[in-house]
Design a protein around this ligand. Structure first.
Ligand code: EPU
Length: 418
C-alpha cells in the first residue's frame, strides 16, 4: 500500500492547476448509458473512482476508449447487463448513479445496495422513492435493488424530503427518457448538477431550472451522442487554495471556477487570508497568522462538506476557537484524531468540532480514512515541523489527480513511497 512522505514547512510558489471534476465526471459517465450513440467527454480526471465507474459501464456493455487527446469516448450501443454488482458498488457508492439511466434505457436495473461507508450511513432511499414516483416497481432482495419499468418510466413530480446531489442527478437522467413531464422539487443546486444538465441537453434532453431547487424535465423518446467538457473540480481547487493559505505562500490556483467555491473564499477572507479571484483562477498572498472563524457545512451554495476537513486543518493554525459544524454527514470527523496526533487541539461534541488554535503541528505517522480526511492530513503535513508519513493514500487516489506531483512541482517536499 502506497504512503506519502511529506516534510513540512516549505512554501509553495508558481501555480497549481485544477483537473476536471470527479463528482461531475461520475454522473456524466453514467449518462452515456442513456444513448446508443457514442459520447465524448473531455477533462475526465485520472482518479480511481473514475476507473471504477468506467469498469462498471464496461460491465453494462459499453465500450470505453481513451482518445489521444486524453478525452474518453463511451459507446453504449447495447446494454448487455443492466446491473451494478456488489464488488463494484462496495468500492464506490456513486455507482448507484447507473440506477436511473439503466431503468430508463432498458426498463430494468439491478444495483447492489451500497452498505455502510466511513463518512455516514449514506442510504439511497431517495433515489428509490424517486424512481417509484416515475412508475418503476422497486424490490429489494439479496442485497440488491431491482427496478422494473417494462412500459417505460412516466414523468411525475418528485419532492425530495432531503437535498441529495446524486439523487437529483439519478432522477434527472431517468426523467430525460420518461414519458411526459417530471418536476424535481427541493433538488440539489450543486454545479455538478448543472454540468450534468448541460451534457444531457447536448444529448437532446429538455431540461430547465438546473441550478435552482426546481428542475423541470420534459421527457424525450431518444437521446443522441454528444461532446462535452467537464467543469473544473471545485473541491480540488478549494483544497489547493487552502494549501496556499496554510503555507503562507504566494501562489495561483488556476483552471478553476472560483464562483463554484465562493463560500470558502468568503470564509478565508473572514479569517484574514488574502485571496483574490479572477474568472478562472485564485491568487493567494501571504498574510501571517489567521483568526479562527466558525464554519457550518451546508448544501450548495453553502460551505461544502467536501472541504470541511481541509478547512479544519487550516483552523488548527488560526488564533482562537473555531466551531466547525458538519450538517451533511453524521460521521465526517475521522481526520480529528489524526490531526490531534500531529498536535492539533480539537474536541468533538456531537456534530460540532471545536478547534482551539493556534497549534504548532509536528510531523507524525497518520492514517488516511476517507478521501477528504486524507486531503486534510496532506495539508497538515505541509505545515507541520519535520516528517509525516501518511498511510493508506489509496483514499487520496480515489479523487485527487496526481496530487503529490502537482504539490511537488509547486515546491512541496512530498513523495509517494510504494
Ligand atoms: N441521503 C439520504 N437518502 C438518500 C440520499 C442521501 O438520506 O437517498 C442523505 C445522505 O446520507 C447525506 C445527505 O442526504 O446525509 C446528502 O447526501 P447526498 O445524496 O447529497 O450525497 P451523495 O450524492 O451521495 C455527493 C458527493 C459527495 C458529497 C455529497 C454532499 C458525488 C459522487 N458525491 O454524494 O462527495 O460529499 O454529495 O455534497 O457527487 C466526495 O467527493 O468526497 C464525496 C463524498
Amino acid at each position: 500500500m502506497d504512503k506519502f512522505r511529506i516534510i513540512g514547512r516549505t512554501p509553495l510558489s508558481g501555480a497549481l492547476a485544477v483537473s476536471g471534476s470527479k463528482n461531475s465526471s461520475l454522473p456524466a459517465i453514467a449518462a452515456c448509458l442513456l444513448t446508443e450513440e457514442p459520447v465524448t467527454l473531455h477533462r475526465i480526471p485520472e482518479v480511481r473512482d473514475i476507473g471504477t465507474m468506467l469498469k462498471l459501464l464496461e460491465y453494462n456493455g459499453a465500450s470505453v476508449e481513451r482518445l489521444p487527446s486524453g478525452a474518453i469516448r463511451i459507446h453504449a450501443a447495447k446494454i448487455t447487463n443492466p446491473e451494478a454488482p456488489y464488488d463494484i458498488v462496495k468500492t464506490m457508492r456513486a455507482s448507484s448513479l447507473v440506477l436511473g439511466p439503466l431503468a430508463a434505457r432498458t426498463g430494468v436495473a439491478r444495483v447492489s445496495m451500497p452498505g455502510g461507508c466511513s463518512i455516514g450511513a449514506r442510504p439511497i432511499n431517495l433515489h428509490i422513492n424517486g424512481l417509484e414516483h416515475l412508475g418503476a416497481t422497486v424490490n429489494q432482495e439479496h442485497g440488491y435493488i431491482e427496478a422494473a419499468a417494462p412500459e417505460g418510466l412516466r414523468g411525475n413530480t418528485v419532492h425530495f424530503e432531503r437535498i441529495t446531489v446524486t439523487g437529483t442527478e439519478d432522477l434527472m437522467m431517468a426523467a430525460a427518457l420518461a414519458k411526459g413531464t417530471t418536476v424535481l422539487e427541493n433538488a440539489a443546486r450543486e454545479p455538478e448538477v448543472v454540468d450534468l444538465a448541460h451534457l444531457l441537453t447536448k444529448m437532446g434532453a429538455n431540461i430547465t431550472g438546473a441550478g435552482t431547487s426546481r428542475i423541470v424535465i420534459e421527457g424525450v423518446t431518444k437521446l443522441h451522442g454528444a461532446e462535452h467538457e467537464i467543469i473544473p473540480d471545485r473541491i480540488e481547487a478549494g483544497t489547493f487554495v487552502i494549501a496556499g493559505v496554510m503555507t503562507n505562500s504566494e501562489i495561483i490556483v488556476s483552471n478553476c471556477v472560483p464562483e463554484h467555491f465562493a463560500s470558502l473564499l468568503t470564509k478565508l477572507r473572514q479569517a484574514g487570508a488574502r485571496v483574490e479571484e479572477s474568472a478562472d483562477a485564485v491568487q493567494i498572498r501571504p498574510v501571517g497568522k489567521l483568526r479562527a472563524v466558525d464554519m457550518t457545512t451546508e448544501e450548495h451554495p453553502g460551505f461544502a462538506t467536501d472541504l470541511q476537513a481541509q478547512f479544519m486543518a487550516l483552523m488548527t493554525g488560526a488564533t482562537g476557537i473555531s466551531f466547525v459544524t458538519e450538517n451533511i454527514f453524521e460521521n465526517r470527523f475521522m481526520h480529528v484524531p489524526e490531526l490531534a496526533r500531529m498536535g492539533a487541539n480539537i474536541r468533538i461534541e456531537g456534530k460540532q468540532a471545536i478547534v482551539a488554535g493556534p497549534s504548532t503541528l509536528t510531523g507524525a505517522q497518520v492514517m488516511c480514512s476517507d478521501l477528504r480526511a486524507s486531503a486534510s492530513l496532506v495539508l497538515a503535513a505541509l505545515v507541520a515541523e519535520g516528517e509525516s508519513i501518511l498511510d493508506r493514500v489509496y483514499h487520496v487516489d480515489r479523487g485527487y489527480e496526481k496530487i503529490e506531483s502537482k504539490l511537488a512541482a509547486a515546491g512541496a517536499n512530498i513523495e509517494r513511497v510504494a
